[in-house]
Design a protein around this ligand. Sequence first.
Ligand code: PLP
Length: 446
Amino acid sequence: MRETNFLIENNARQLWHPMAHPADMQANPPRIITSARGVEITDIHGKTVLDGVGGLWNVNLGYSCDPIKQAIKDQLDELPYYSTFRGTTNAPSIELAYELAEWFKPDGLSRAFFTSGGSDSVETCLRLARQYHRVNGQPERTKFIALKKGYHGTHFGGASVNGNQHFRRNYEPLLPGVYHLPAPWPYRNPFGTEDGAEIAAAIGRLFEEEIAFQGADTIAALILEPVLGSGGIIVPHESFLPLMREICDRHGILLIADEVITAFGRTGAWTGSRLWGIKPDLMSTAKAITNGYFPFGVAMISETIAQAFESNKNTLATISHGYTYSGHPIGAAAAIATLKEIRRLDVATNAAARGAELDQGLDGLKARHELVGDVRGIGLMWALELVGDRARKTPAAKDVVQKVQDIAYEAGVLVRTSGANVIISPPLVITAGDVARIVAALDAGL
Ligand code: PLP
């Protein structure tokens, strides 16, 4: 590693950071993280803090998971790369597809298409949805419906279904034929109620109205996150996803569950789809599949869609899509080891138990600090929405939110900020003591 001064001086010069203004990097330099053990990370100044972000919602097992590291090292020696494009394949990707078919069996998903990350997985689902309708004799079904506040990565397809202006405006025009419904969000919504069931029903009515307006025979799929993550941790009412599923079914519209964050236990259930008791037609996932140790993702495909492709010998059913790193053997080996560890440690159960403690702690913060307008989350994905005025729900100023993060860091915990939200998404292996550390650091910050 180069010396500290070189790294600090050059970080903001040659390196453009995702989701950051290049000109802001000198004034607000990012923290340089140099090592990590367990659930803690250490920065270049030698300060060690609890990682309340979990890498980027992906390091669910923490940083010292030796079986995954060993699997990566072994695979690097055995076969560091071979492609899965037509004509060749590799052993780890075959084994992983087998394991994933087992893993996602309760979600009704049985085929795997590998990718290099979440945005790729979303793109793959969008493409396969359109292609499925072609294969199925309904080529006019090309449109997509999504949720405002939804986040689906940054490829053009994903950005088009994205429900946040911030990720759209600079890159427009995006894909035509995409329509957005309001988010199932009790704290802020256009329905004048905080009742989750009423909000779900109202969105259902808007969905039906949009389908009638567009024509069901023109709509390929609805894409949504079972719990909206990057949009500020929006947990829908339990009736919401079953209602969306039922409407999709009635109109021949596919349901794509974007589970890049929620698929491997973060909500306290093994998938967000299982949390709400629905079966999606396609699922995009990535992140925790390799515990963040290798860039990897997968689009999972239902039996019905699989049968439609596999029984159609026409070139229409050829998948003219894929990535050089689809089924990368190192990523696949890392994922096989990750699945074993996730199961062995039963991290979904721990996420639910620690989540309940965190919920209590964060509610306590809301009771003590006027700055906290809303606390929301499930499992180990939480947001504190900071406000300047509780009654009016005016978002807190940017520098206030930044200050909360900075002081929490000084107090020993890294959390993320997103707009006026403080986001907490620690590894799923944290202890009750770690929860107490997070709450205490946030208390200091607030
Ligand atoms: N979809 C969802 C729900 C996500 O949360 C993310 C990333 O946070 C993505 C897609 C994009 O994944 P990636 O950043 O790996 O491309």
